[in-house]
Design a protein around this ligand. Structure first.
Ligand SMILES: Nc1ncnc2c1ncn2[C@@H]1O[C@H](COP(=O)(O)OP(=O)(O)OP(=O)(O)O)[C@@H](O)[C@H]1O
Ligand SMILES: [Mg+2]
Length: 289
């Protein structure tokens, strides 16, 4: 059941993409969510906290290059990247990073319905801080026991869940921080990424364990994204699956249509209309411009 906070209608709803695991699909999913929400008519801002790697920033740069080259209108978010502070002492670094994040949230908060934050695949002060400001956390995870291990420690002999793992514990801590700060609640969504369609034994075990961990750690499971080469191709062009029609003369392939449906399913799970109502000037729903 969705547990959506309807009290935040007047301020931007913050969605943090996080997982202390590199390459699980945070930046790809963050970009797709941002563009999907824009295409539904919402005002969207993005913040890249992984400025060193800068995947989301580079993704958007490629998008702007595409727009310039092709003179096509593609909806794009207001974007900010926050660098790791270069101050000497750790306490100064923390102060500066916090000030930058709060400034970015305030700036975008005035003009956006949703703020999407992409975080690095490692633990950092800035990432933890962003998690504590989240209204929704989305954790993409690859379909493997290694990724599962970040959510719960599991005794692999009998597949028994022993307790929370680093990332779940971090989310739990930030939930407390947020609750103490403003009484707020964080809705946590976990989604599987790069799913294989094979119904293997491992796959079944992961599904079962995820169901059990979700109850203990307090997240809900969203339908995931399959393993699809198209995501890599899209990145190179600065496009998302939701822009595809504008990029192609012909129709879409079956794989592209299914992939796009997976993105829509994730948005349905976020349920933006329950959070922000329907946009005033509703765009052409899921259609491309
Ligand atoms: N569903 C998918 N199918 C195929 N490739 C994918 C899928 N999702 C992501 N990828 C690819 O996997 C790579 C890692 O994805 P991405 O950069 O989004 O992960 P990340 O979690 O942001 O990584 P990092 O922790 O390094 O920031 C990229 O090359 C991306 O194109
Ligand atoms: Mg990334």
């Amino acid at each position: 059941m969705k547990n959506i906070d309807n009290t935040s209608k007047n301020s931007a709803h913050i969605i943090v993409f996080g997982n202390e695991k590199g390459g699980s699909g945070k930046s790809t999913t963050a970009m797709h969510t941002a563009i999907a929400l824009l295409r539904l008519g919402y005002r969207v801002g993005t913040i890249d906290l992984d400025a060193r790697q800068g995947t989301l920033t580079r993704y958007l740069k490629k998008r702007f290059e595409y727009i310039t080259r092709n003179r096509e209108h593609l909806p794009s978010p207001a974007h900010m990247a926050i660098e790791k502070s270069q101050r000497e002492s750790v306490s100064e670094q923390k102060l500066e990073e916090e000030a930058f994040l709060i400034m970015a949230l305030e700036e975008l908060g005035h003009v956006c319905d949703f703020i999407i934050i992409d975080t690095p695949g490692t633990d950092s002060f800035l990432s933890r801080l962003a998690h504590s400001h989240a209204d929704t956390i989305i954790t993409p995870m690859n379909d493997s026991f290694i990724d599962l291990d970040l959510l719960a420690s599991i005794e692999m002999q009998n597949y028994e869940i022993i307790g929370p793992s680093v990332y779940s514990q971090m989310v739990e801590d930030q939930r407390k921080v947020k609750n103490k700060r403003d009484g707020g609640y964080i809705d946590w969504i976990v989604m599987r990424n790069r799913m294989s369609h094979l119904n293997t034994n491992n796959n079944r075990i992961i599904t079962k364990l995820l169901g059990e961990i979700s109850k203990l750690a307090g997240f809900r499971l969203a339908p995931g994204f399959g393993e699809r080469v198209v995501f890599k191709e899209m990145f190179l062009k600065g496009l998302t699956l939701l822009d595809l029609k504008e990029d192609q003369n012909g129709g879409l392939t079956m794989s592209q249509i299914s992939a796009r449906q997976e993105v829509r399913n994730l948005i349905m799970e976020i349920a933006p209309e329950q959070i922000k109502g329907y946009p005033e000037q509703e765009s052409k729903s899921w259609k491309t411009a």
